[in-house]
Design a protein around this ligand. Structure first.
Ligand code: ZN
Length: 134
């Protein structure tokens, strides 16, 4: 794992949250995108070398819907940048972590992603992301 790629924040109203984070950070999102495979709309903000991802559900089956109904808005996940996602998935499985999918999935922002179950990491949902070759 090379570095923290972004921090994901679950929000119930993306327009309101976009406005709030634009005012907080002093500039608007550089990208907004619907990721239908995850049932979410995302917005990405840059802050120096760091990124914040706002994520809101597009339907009731989205894992973000479930999260918001149980825990409300807040920090949802920490994403790490990896060079080879399949290699990291294999390594983490061997280390005893539970992956939420056995294959990398299409994520936002031109990434392949995989989530690691929070129960296996002190209650924190971890996302692995690998930049796709374009
Ligand atoms: Zn993310």
């Amino acid at each position: 794992m090379r570095k923290i790629e972004h921090i994901g924040i679950a929000v119930s109203d993306i327009d309101k949250a976009n406005d709030l984070y634009s005012r907080l950070l002093g500039s608007g999102p550089y990208k907004s995108e619907e990721v239908s495979s995850q049932g979410v709309i995302t917005s990405f903000f840059k802050n120096g070398p760091n990124k914040i991802e706002l994520v809101t559900p597009t339907n009731e089956c989205s894992p973000i819907s479930k999260y918001l109904s149980i825990r409300g808005e807040g920090i949802h996940h920490i994403a790490f940048d990896v060079v080879d996602i399949r290699e990291e998935m294999t390594r983490l499985k061997e280390e005893g972590f539970t992956l939420l999918s056995q294959e990398p999935q299409e994520g936002a922002d031109n990434k392949l992603i995989c989530f690691v179950h929070p129960k296996s990491i002190s209650g924190v949902l971890i996302e692995l992301c690998q930049e796709k070759e374009s």
